[in-house]
Design a protein around this ligand. Structure first.
Ligand SMILES: [Zn+2]
Length: 102
């Protein structure tokens, strides 16, 4: 009888790069900047907008305080850090508070 007596593997917390950067789509960029998500109503059915909004708020809570850095010059496909949708264009770069605090 063989027992695997190795210590249980715990997954280490996912390390983000020291520059805590997030790429946001234009929609989320405006939402975070203005703390206004009413535009979701234009893109979604009312009930979907509701769900999308709470998803976004939950994501923002985990990301913490964000400050707008710049608009990336690298145009292309990227996954928005907030709404998790694949976007095409120039991502808006936001940095997390952790990066600012060093
Ligand atoms: Zn987004």
């Amino acid at each position: 009888m063989m027992f695997d007596d190795s210590t249980p593997t715990t997954t280490p917390p996912k390390q983000t790069s020291s520059t805590n950067q997030f790429r946001l789509c234009d929609s989320c960029n405006a939402g975070v900047a203005n703390d206004d998500w009413t535009h979701l109503d234009y893109y979604h059915e009312p009930q979907e907008a509701e769900v999308e909004h709470s998803k976004i708020l939950a994501t923002l809570e985990t990301l913490g305080w964000l400050s707008h850095s710049h608009t990336s010059e690298d145009s292309g496909y990227f996954d928005c850090a907030v709404c998790d949708e694949t976007q095409c264009g120039n991502p808006n770069i936001w940095v997390g508070e952790a990066a600012l605090c060093g």
